[in-house]
Design a protein around this ligand. Sequence first.
Ligand SMILES: [Zn+2]
Ligand SMILES: [Zn+2]
Length: 119
Amino acid sequence: MIEKAVLPKEVEIQEQAIVILWDDGHRSPYPHRFLRLRCPCASCVDEMTGRPRLDPDTVPQDVSALDQMQVGNYALQFLWSDAHYTGIYPYKYLISHCTCIVCAEARAGAKDQAGESNT
Ligand SMILES: [Zn+2]
Ligand SMILES: [Zn+2]
């Protein structure tokens, strides 16, 4: 199976969210804190176990991305207002965490099928 890589066409840091427009036309909004809490760097996530090491209480409620830059051709790096910047977010990781309604529903549907509904 050949998987076509989807690349970000535009990355916009807005007041409420970081909005990524992908080159397949998909538009993904990520609330700043949502993405900050999902930082995949070694000081936020234990590399061995994959368990989160970041205490959400230490991240300001109003944390936001000040800047972003592309890493190679596979990831984005953000400079956060809490001075954290070591997280590299691969495109695949970002896409799998998309918060748009379409993806949220698709994810909820997949969960229902797997019988993992929490309700
Ligand atoms: Zn981190
Ligand atoms: Zn989406």
